[in-house]
Design a protein around this ligand. Structure first.
Ligand code: GNR
Ligand code: NI
Length: 170
């Protein structure tokens, strides 16, 4: 296992659209394991391959309280269930120390392949539903700050650029 470096906003590579995985082989499983180690180390609840500069449709998550329930999503797709939306405070490992409310679908149905390459489905609500939508956005090159007003997004961008210039990315 290896810890991978996480790209930080406004790095243009975060805007890359990821391509589908053809087969869940040893190389993909190695990526999954490295991403899990990286996510746990960074104390995040999710991580998309895009964030570690690998532009393939792979996501890892763990929203459990005791960090004991890793979830692997290869080639994920989701559909909202109903049209209820719910704002939630979100953060992102690629935008350290910045949090903002983002409205997203309250419930979603997820379809993906697991670490074993087998398809599965699940219904998610609340934090898990938010996390699925946040991570799937990463695979499309979308960040949660894209949902904020241009003024707010600009402020976050300046703050991050300043921090990188001073040589202290969080
Ligand atoms: O650690 C994370 N917390 C979080 C909180 C609310 C909604 C989404 C997230 S995902 C984030 C980790 C991350 O950046 N994943 O891409
Ligand atoms: Ni994120």
């Amino acid at each position: 296992m290896a810890k991978l470096p996480i790209l930080e906003f406004p790095d243009e590579r975060l805007r890359t659209k990821a391509v589908a995985v053809e087969t869940v082989d040893d190389e993909v499983r190695q990526l999954v394991d490295d991403m899990l180690e990286t996510m746990y180390d960074a104390q995040g609840i999710g991580l998309a391959a895009t964030q570690v500069d690998v532009h393939r449709r792979v996501i890892v998550m763990d929203v459990s309280d005791d960090r004991s329930t890793p979830l692997v999503l290869v080639n994920p797709t989701y559909t909202p269930i109903g049209d209820e939306r719910e704002p939630m405070q979100e953060g992102c490992l690629s935008i350290p120390e910045y949090y903002a409310e983002v409205p997203r679908a309250l419930k979603v149905r997820l379809q993906a392949l697991g670490r074993d390459g087998r398809p599965y489905e699940l219904e998610a609500e609340g934090l898990l539903a938010h996390c699925i939508q946040h991570e799937c956005d990463h695979l499309e090159g979308v960040l949660f700050v894209d949902y904020l007003s241009p003024l707010k997004r600009d402020r976050v961008m300046k703050k991050m650029q300043k921090r990188h210039k001073m040589g202290q990315p969080a």
